[in-house]
Design a protein around this ligand. Structure first.
Ligand code: TXE
Length: 492
């Protein structure tokens, strides 16, 4: 794999055609691993967002998509899954170059995304309401599930195709029309996806993509009275803004936000497995992962031995050129993120944490890399124990009792995921019940399937993606109350 000879020039995708939109301004995207411009996208304006919203509105109010059968929707979603699979190498390369993630991982993510499209396709045939037949002889209740309408989908840069695939196919399965606003750093695969949908037979206007920055494009989606639902994945700070803007028109809101996910390791755990899961959990996708296992809580009696093993394993993980097939940790997305990671390490040093490994940028030509870093002797009051870092940085805290572990684990604003490592199943289940998190793993980490719901509690989010309910998140419920036989006057 090598760098492309020239940048790919992208356009918005509105009403089934590619367009430069209302402005000639463009965003240049340089590969985080090489510093070379690989893509350019239109810097979308509010007018572009409003044009896409109007197109999606018309497609919803007058177009065929909300009126198609489940079987027709299923066929198009399945064809899209197959097209993603067919083009996994191309799509993976785009993501590697735009986001800095390792090429081998990027290709795996394309397969994972295709699997989600398959799963959503199956749900198209299962979308139904309920009947209530216990209201007496004269009454029948029907609960209809209708598509929510026009959906605004705002996505981040860490898993571009995967995260849009956790939203878009479920919205489409419900019969909604969409305007997608991908991250301004990684818009390439989302634009390619919109073209694949067209190739798969999706009617024009159903899936529109507008590139550009959060303000104005994302902001317009959150504010517009013509958007019925907004689904956002990104930082907790911007999630609050999106919810506030959406509140002005009281649209439905779904939010997938940050995490500070604890892995709780008891002394009786299989420590060989733990070492692998800790290293994977914290360095996967350079740590730029809302589910990152960036905070381990280790029972005091095994902490020194475990940290030594994790440090030894961490030092062997290959960091470097994302185009190298052997690399497992690629480049950091942008300068702001690199600065945020290094600031977090500096604050940990000031607060008295012990840097057991790394702690500095990796010297490398034009790329932007951070060493695998372990911060030991972190205490729950330190900022580094509470705030999301989003980098290859592990924080190690120690505990003596189950109650103390639980208090530390639940002691942040976040509640996305957690894991418990113990051979004592009673204890693992007690902890599973008591942990405040949307996902709890037992004796594993980062496992998942499209069948399993994903989302956060507390300030990690609102609503759930994936799982059989995912399609319902994109519906409205309508109650039909039907009088059978003659109406009996009861008021006059
Ligand atoms: O995310 P933003 P950023 C966290 C992580 C990271 C931090 C900052 O901690 O360090 O966020 O990343 C769009 N109205 N996560 O600044 O800004 C924006 O254009 C509407 C966690 O890149 O939240 C992009 O499309 N939209 C996260 C999307 O929001 C707006 C993944 C996310 O960008 C907007 C990424 C606005 N006012 C970062 N402002 C996760 N949960 O996985 C920006 N956007």
């Amino acid at each position: 794999m090598s760098l492309p000879p020239s940048p790919t020039r992208y356009q918005h995708f509105i009403g089934g055609t590619s367009t430069d939109g209302h402005s000639s301004d463009r965003i240049e995207r340089a590969s985080p691993g090489h510093g070379v411009v690989v893509s350019t996208y239109p810097a979308g304006t509010e007018a572009d967002a409003l044009a896409a919203i109007a197109t999606a509105r018309t497609a919803f109010d007058q177009g065929p998509w909300p009126r198609t059968t489940g079987a027709e929707r299923q066929a198009i979603l399945q064809r899209t899954a197959q097209l993603i699979r067919d083009q996994r190498d191309d799509l993976g390369l785009i993501e590697c170059l735009e986001s800095g993630k390792p090429i081998a991982q990027a290709r795996d993510e394309m397969d994972w995304a295709a699997g989600i499209w398959d799963y959503a396709a199956a749900l198209c045939r299962h979308l139904h309401g309920e009947t209530t037949n216990t209201l007496g002889d004269g009454m029948l209740g029907l609960t209809l599930r209708e598509p929510a309408g026009v959906c605004g989908l705002i996505t981040p840069w860490n898993f571009p195709l995967l995260i849009v695939s956790q939203k878009l196919p479920f919205a489409l399965a419900a019969g909604c029309t969409c305007v997608v606003k991908p991250s301004e750093f990684t818009s390439g695969t989302t634009l390619r996806l919109a073209r694949l949908l067209k190739e798969a037979g999706m009617p024009d206007g159903v899936c529109n993509v507008v590139t550009g920055t959060g303000d104005p494009v994302g902001q317009a989606l959150a504010e517009s009275p013509d958007v019925d639902l907004v689904s956002f994945t990104g930082s907790t700070a911007v999630g609050r803004k999106v919810a506030a803007a959406a509140g002005r028109t009281l649209k439905k809101v779904a939010l997938e936000l940050g995490g500070k996910n604890p892995q709780i390791i008891f002394a009786d755990a299989d420590l060989d497995a733990v070492v692998d899961a800790v290293v994977h959990g914290v360095y996967f996708n350079m740590g730029e992962c809302c589910n990152s296992g960036s905070r381990i809580l280790v029972e005091e009696s095994v902490a020194d031995a475990l940290v030594a093993r994790v440090a030894e394993a961490s030092a062997t993980v290959p960091v470097g050129d994302p185009l190298d097939e052997r690399v497992k940790i690629g480049a950091i997305i942008n300068d702001a993120q690199q600065a945020k990671i290094l600031d977090a390490i500096a604050s940990a040093r000031r607060d008295g944490a012990e840097v057991r490994l790394g702690g500095a940028p990796l010297a490398s030509g034009a790329g932007r890399f951070v060493q695998t870093t372990i911060l030991d002797r972190v205490t729950p009051d330190m900022a580094v124990a509470r705030d999301e870092i989003f980098g290859p940085v592990l924080t190690v805290l120690r505990f003596r009792t189950e109650a103390e572990a639980l208090e530390i684990a639940n002691g942040t604003l976040y509640g996305l995921s957690a894991s418990v490592w113990s051979r004592d199943l009673d204890r693992a289940l007690r902890m599973t019940r008591a942990l405040k998190a949307g996902t709890v793993w037992v004796n594993t980490f980062l496992d998942g399937a499209p069948e399993l719901p994903f989302g956060g509690t507390k300030q990690s989010g609102l609503g759930r993606e994936l799982g059989p309910q995912a399609v319902l998140e994109y519906t409205e419920t309508k109650t039909a109350t039907i009088r059978l036989g003659p109406y009996t006057p009861k008021w006059l």
